[in-house]
Design a protein around this ligand. Structure first.
Ligand code: RAM
Length: 332
């Protein structure tokens, strides 16, 4: 009886082992952790991540993120990924500092960690991939407003969450450029919609109520920019308030068509997810190291060289207006 019992449990153990390790198991499991799920920008990045996985081979992508853009939600997810012993974590962080302890824990366990899109402090990751040069993005978002305000005027920013390192760095860079590059533009307020449509809508309405002379809303977030353009449309303010910022052409084309916006900008989010996977894989497999001056291949997108802060930028942003948004809206 005891013998039979032993046999049975041994058979069960091997059955479980077989289930856990399928014949085609990927060599490298890379988790793409995003600010929040349900955001078209991150879905496009996940598409690029899958493209890179197919191209490189032997990679499984785990696309994950919290339902709302909070650091707490991401910490829970990262703890689960550590328990699953993934090979790499590539995170767009909701907070540059709050994620550091759990990401350090991941690195201590031998997991390669990079941040992309929205960074974490240097001690919490091996490198950070910016989509584009930070100063260039900051200047671009104000230029998009200034170009359509020849006489200047009041503008306000509707951002993502107040702790998002990417938006904060673009806003800071833009503010620095204001006095010299756009002296007629007056920034009257910065509010935060947390990459949540409902909160972004409320914040956009609040700006319009508080600043009756507002000429433009700059939303450097693909979620906020759609919410602001919808509010301007619903309130019959097309032609009075120009909505601009960073937008996904597929989600935003309708607002360029209607005139709620004259132009917006963005980099290629598919390429960004693709590049993040190339880098995460290179670090996880030991094919590259993350030191200042290291050069890492990002496949067909090119290569990056890490600066003294072990960060790098992918490519310049594109501007979308009535002349080209149709074409780009079919891609992302
Ligand atoms: C939102 C997110 C993301 C940002 C884009 C432009 O989707 O906040 O982090 O890069 O907008």
């Amino acid at each position: 009886m005891n013998f039979l019992k032993t046999l049975t449990s041994a058979a069960m153990v091997s059955a479980i082992a077989l289930m856990a390790v399928p014949a085609n198991a990927a060599d490298t499991r890379i988790a793409l952790v995003v600010k929040s799920l349900g955001n078209g920008f991150f879905d496009a990045a996940a598409k690029g991540a899958e493209e890179a996985a197919v191209e490189i081979g032997g990679i499984e992508i785990i696309y994950t993120g919290p339902t709302s853009a909070t650091a707490e939600g991401q910490i829970e997810i990262i703890n689960a990924l550590i328990a699953q012993q993934v090979d790499a974590i590539a995170i767009s962080a909701n907070d540059p500092d709050a994620l550091v302890p759990v990401l350090k824990k991941a690195m201590d366990r031998g997991i390669a960690v990079i941040s992309w899109d929205s960074g974490v402090a240097a001690e919490g990751r091996q490198m950070h991939l910016n989509p584009s040069d930070t100063a260039l993005i900051g200047e671009t978002i104000f230029k998009l407003a200034a170009d359509y305000l020849p006489d200047g005027g009041q503008v306000a920013i509707l951002s993502a969450s107040s702790t998002a390192a990417n938006q904060n760095s673009w806003i800071d860079a833009g503010k620095e450029a204001l006095p010299t590059m756009f002296p007629n533009i007056e920034l009257v307020a910065t509010v935060y919609g947390d990459d949540d449509s409902v909160k972004s809508t409320d914040e956009a309405k609040g700006l319009i109520a508080s600043y009756p002379n507002l000429k433009a809303i700059i939303a450097p977030t693909t979620v906020g920019v759609v919410a602001a353009a919808q509010v301007v449309t619903d309130m019959g303010l097309i032609g009075k308030i120009n909505v601009t910022g960073l937008a996904l052409p597929s989600e935003f084309k309708q607002f360029i068509d209607s005139g709620a916006s004259q132009a917006v900008a963005l980099w290629n989010p598919i390429d960004l997810g693709y590049s993040a996977v190339y880098i995460a894989n290179a670090l996880a497999t030991g094919a590259a190291t993350a030191e200042p001056g290291s050069t890492i291949s990002i496949g067909h997108v090119g290569e990056i060289t890490l600066d003294d802060a072990t960060s790098a930028a992918m490519a310049a942003p594109f501007t979308f207006d009535a002349s080209n948004i149709e074409e780009f809206s079919k891609i992302y």
